[in-house]
Write a protein that binds this ligand. Structure first.
Ligand SMILES: Cc1ncc(COP(=O)(O)O)c(C=O)c1O
Length: 319
């Protein structure tokens, strides 16, 4: 299927995800000004509040068999996923998060009883601490986005969509480290019909598109963003940009104003509470960045937004 992710990896991920999680709903919606039939794939209903639990189950299952403790770094949702998966599968895990992680996510992590260490001001620093700890403790570092088993786990979103919806389609996928989009691209390549993949970044943090252009990981500037799950640089040599490029994934990016508008529309238009990272697909459609030439599925990837942040966005009139 791919140099990084094998067909066997996809099959194993499908199996462990199906054993622990119900398929998430696919809901038909009307998007004003967008002519194509449109659907929301609601990963917001996952037990941990985001799709990340899929890659966590797949990686904890694959590596848990080896008996090595898992070490990971996460802005929040991957950490919540690993906490859930380690408990569900009985695998030991240590999770490094930056002190700046969303309070909603930190509270959820600590409630889960996982070994959580808060280190550094941003994701990049937490990731460096996790890598160092894995090296000294003999644990296995599991990248939140570049690990092959995590990518295989994330591929199960599209595997479900393909069963829920017939015909050619386009899926619109939020891109942070690119693990979800890589899994989606690999699964799209393996599908028996034409599935176009469009990735969406926040303009505040564009590491994957920069690496796709440069042909290697390059350091980018990262600004504060409502899409906290998409923010951060890539590990050296992360394979996700190459997977996206090899599978002809198209890319665009949305501003903070567009993300706010996406969050508002999901809440008031469709009754969906979504965090900033999950609203970038609808924001891209609303901004005219996605062609309307075929049925379109927007991956609404998570709901873990802090209450005060959501209230402030909903209380502000649209601009
Ligand atoms: C809600 C949400 N959507 C999308 C993403 C992006 O996933 P990836 O880093 O695999 O690109 C994340 C990552 O944390 C996330 O939390």
């Amino acid at each position: 299927v791919d140099a990084v992710v094998s067909a066997a990896d996809l099959g194993r991920a499908r199996e462990v995800v199906a054993r622990h999680l119900a398929p998430t709903p696919l809901v038909r919606v009307e998007v004003p000004g967008f002519a194509a039939p449109t659907y929301l794939k609601l990963e917001t209903v996952q037990p941990t509040g985001s799709f990340k639990v899929r890659g966590a189950l797949a990686s904890c299952s694959a590596y848990g068999d080896e008996g090595t403790p898992i070490v990971t770094a996460s802005a929040g949702n991957h950490g919540l996923g690993v906490a859930y998966a380690s408990r569900a599968l009985g695998v030991a895990a240590t999770i490094f998060v930056p002190t700046t992680a969303s309070p909603a996510k930190l509270a959820g992590l600590q409630a889960g009883g996982a070994d959580v260490r808060t280190v550094g001001d941003d994701f990049d620093q937490a990731e460096r601490a996790a890598l160092a700890y894995a090296a000294e403790s003999g644990g296995r570092f599991v990248s939140a986005y570049a690990d092959p088993q995590v990518i295989a786990g994330q591929s199960t979103v599209l595997a479900e969509v393909v069963e829920q919806l017939p015909g050619d389609l386009r899926v619109v996928v939020p891109v942070g480290g690119g693990g979800l989009c890589a899994g989606t691209a690999v699964a799209a390549g393996a599908a028996s019909r034409d599935v176009a993949v469009h990735g969406v970044e926040a303009t505040a943090s564009m590491a994957v598109s920069a690496a796709m252009r440069a042909g290697r990981t390059v350091e980018v500037e990262v600004a504060p963003t409502l899409a906290d799950g998409l923010a951060g640089n890539l590990e050296d040599g992360a394979g996700t940009p190459a997977i996206l490029a090899d599978h002809d994934v198209t890319m665009s990016a949305v501003s903070e104003r567009q993300i706010r508008s996406g969050i508002r529309s999901l809440a008031f238009g469709y009754g969906v509470v979504a965090e900033g990272s999950a609203a970038v697909g609808l924001a891209a459609v609303q901004a005219g960045q996605v062609p309307a030439d075929r049925p379109t599925v927007l991956f609404v990837t998570g709901r873990n937004i802090a209450g005060p942040t959501l209230c402030e966005i909903l209380a502000t009139s649209a601009t």
